[in-house]
Write a protein that binds this ligand. Structure first.
Ligand code: SF4
Length: 395
């Protein structure tokens, strides 16, 4: 009998917390647009109630869990830094002795920045995400003035203080023509970034003039794949790097099958200002699963509303991914949960997986071309050891 201690794999769960809807900007695509003037915010007491429910549930599991609190808004940094310092102290108290690790991330428009907030970003939060579209002029203040110049100035302040950060760029019809310039900007800055296709708006006509189709998202992702393969530097561009890994796994390592199983583990919840929690795919549009300020996590997860959204995700995965050649290398998350916003539906109401399926095929085509060119076209220094072995098999 082995005397080796059993190593249990750590699981990760994100809680995206809507601190308040209040914001100094009026980004024209914001899905919180109708509430951006509302100053109502989550109280410290409500946060403590939520921490207790989360600690009781995840702390009792038989494996370690990393809990990532993603502070969101509105603009989360519009609130006083003391609010966050106080809640970080509460977390230490409430999670002490539990088999969980706590991460605090913030997603900010980076337009409200002083010395106290710089200190908070440097030593309070574990990770900083900055919203920056670079082109398109949609991230404006109440007078319609573009915020991009101010954000760029403040990025310099983060770098001067050695505060690491990543960026999110929302892809719309207005910045799509500049995708190479966007890639070059982050490449030169050596900053990781995520391209996030325009999300469902706050009202029907909100996105007129800058909507984007799934086919345009796919073409943009293809351009990013090609730029990534051609670049001399390693650029961490999401979700492109994940798709490259999936395509390599599809060709070379099909034994590593991964499937998204929401029933077994849900990896992301959105917590609204009133405590109602939602699955990622159902944020605001679908049913809330109950109130995490007043209800234990286990009750929420076993509740009827949660079981219904699990069933809906499983149905989506079954009807769309069942015959897909990539299922297993791709875990089906884009259809089950992640990107239902920018896929199309067929006559039976099943999702057509245009973006993820299309980008995996495109990467395979690029691998075929590299094979014909004797691999010289691939920047192999970018790859990890596993990816290099996968590559030598793939091409
Ligand atoms: S249909 Fe799309 S989400 Fe489903 S396995 Fe295939 S590529 Fe992945």
């Amino acid at each position: 009998m082995s005397t080796e201690p059993k190593v249990t794999e750590k699981k990760v769960v994100d809680f995206v917390i809507k601190t308040s809807k209040f914001c100094n900007l009026r980004c024209r695509y914001c899905y919180e647009f109708n509430d951006l003037g509302n100053r109502e915010m989550i109280s410290s007491t409500q946060l403590d109630q939520m921490y207790h429910h989360i600690a009781d549930y995840y702390g009792a599991l038989d494996h370690p869990t990393e809990i990532n609190f993603v502070w969101h808004g509105g603009e989360p940094l519009i609130h006083s830094p003391e609010f966050y310092w106080k809640t970080f102290e509460s977390q230490k108290e409430i999670f002490r002795g539990r088999s969980v690790s706590i991460i605090n991330s913030v997603q900010t428009n980076l337009t409200v920045l002083d010395e106290a907030r710089l200190q908070l970003l440097k030593t309070g939060f574990d990770s900083v995400g900055v919203s920056l579209d670079l082109f398109g002029g949609l991230r404006v203040n109440q007078s319609g003035r573009d915020s991009v110049a101010l954000v760029l100035k403040n990025l310099d302040r983060l770098q001067a203080k050695k505060i690491p950060f990543g960026c999110i760029t929302v892809l719309t019809q207005l910045n799509r023509p500049y995708i190479e310039a966007i890639f070059r900007f982050y490449e030169q800055m050596e900053v990781s970034f995520r391209i996030l296709p325009l999300f469902k708006g706050a009202f029907d006509s909100q996105h007129i003039g800058f909507e984007i189709t799934p086919y345009e998202v796919l073409e943009t992702y293809k351009t990013l794949v090609d730029l990534w393969f051609e670049s001399d530097r390693f650029v961490m561009v999401h979700p492109i790097v994940e798709h490259i890994e999936q395509a390599l796994r599809h060709r070379c390592d099909r034994s590593r099958v991964t499937l998204y199983d929401k029933r077994q583990w849900e990896s992301i919840f959105l917590v609204n200002t009133d405590g109602q929690i939602y699955s990622y795919a159902d944020a605001y549009a679908g049913p809330s699963q109950g109130n995490i300020f007043t209800t234990p996590m286990e009750t929420l997860l076993n509740g009827k509303a949660h079981q219904l959204v699990i069933q809906a995700a499983e149905d989506r995965l079954r009807s769309t991914c069942h015959h897909c050649p990539y299922l297993g290398s791709c875990d089906g998350y884009p259809v089950a949960e992640g990107s239902v916003e920018y896929n199309e539906y067929d006559e039976q109401g099943a999702i057509r997986c245009i973006v993820t399926h299309g980008i995996l095929r495109h990467i395979e085509e690029r691998l075929d071309q590299a094979r014909q060119a004797g691999m010289a076209e691939l920047p192999t220094e970018h790859f990890t050891h596993w990816e290099k072995s996968a590559l030598s098999c793939a091409v």
